[in-house]
Design a protein around this ligand. Structure first.
Ligand code: ADP
Ligand code: MN
Length: 179
């Protein structure tokens, strides 16, 4: 394992969860409210072609794990990053000080994915992923249990309480904005 004390001056957060649970929304407002810098990994994968092609059946890009980790290593090692991605087992354990797993009720998630224009295969795949807690299990297997936190993300009230949790944490870690 490559866990243990890091050399980072500033800590990092991972926000993970099934697509549509609200990772990017929460990461964006959290970056505005703290000194954390948001890294939207899905956008980065597309922009920098960190994939090995397109999977038609699931209408998704096939991730190139090595390229992705190489691309992120320097930025994340600096610390102060809020990394947003729907998977987490690809990242080294040592990168993160806090791992937030967003959860959304099926019917709410379904509507969000329809609104996003996903095809039926992709909607079913993602709803199953949420029902079977795939990302939560993955996070619990990949990181120390004391840094993995499950957060509900069904409503605007949830988003606000998740934001305030990140703000409190960033205060403890010296990442709060001066007011
Ligand atoms: P992800 O990055 O996990 O795929 P997004 O942040 O893009 O999810 O959010 C998907 C959709 O759900 C967006 O339309 C967003 O406005 C909405 N949304 C996200 N989080 C919440 C929440 N806590 N309550 C209500 N709507 C939300
Ligand atoms: Mn997103």
């Amino acid at each position: 394992s490559d866990s243990g004390e890091s050399d980072r001056a500033l800590p990092n957060i991972l926000i993970t969860g099934t697509p549509g649970t609200g990772k990017t929304s929460l990461a964006e407002i959290s970056a505005q409210a703290t000194r954390l810098t948001h890294i939207d990994v899905s956008a980065l994968v597309k922009e920098n072609s960190l994939h090995s092609g397109y999977d038609e059946e699931f209408d998704t890009l096939v991730l190139d794990d090595d390229k992705l980790v190489d691309e992120l290593e320097e930025k994340v090692s600096q610390g102060g990053k809020i990394v947003d991605f729907h998977s987490c087992e690809v990242f080294p354990e040592r990168w993160f000080d806090l791992v937030l797993v967003l959860r959304t009720d099926n019917t709410i998630l379904y509507d969000r994915l329809v609104e996003r224009g996903y095809n039926q295969n992709k909607i079913t795949e993602n709803i199953d992923c949420e029902i079977f807690q795939v990302v939560l299990e993955e996070a619990r297997e990949s990181y120390p249990e004391e840094i993995v936190v499950e957060l509900q993300s069904n409503s605007v009230e949830d988003m606000e309480s998740n934001l305030s949790r990140i703000q409190q944490w960033s205060q403890l870690e010296g990442l709060a904005l001066a007011h």
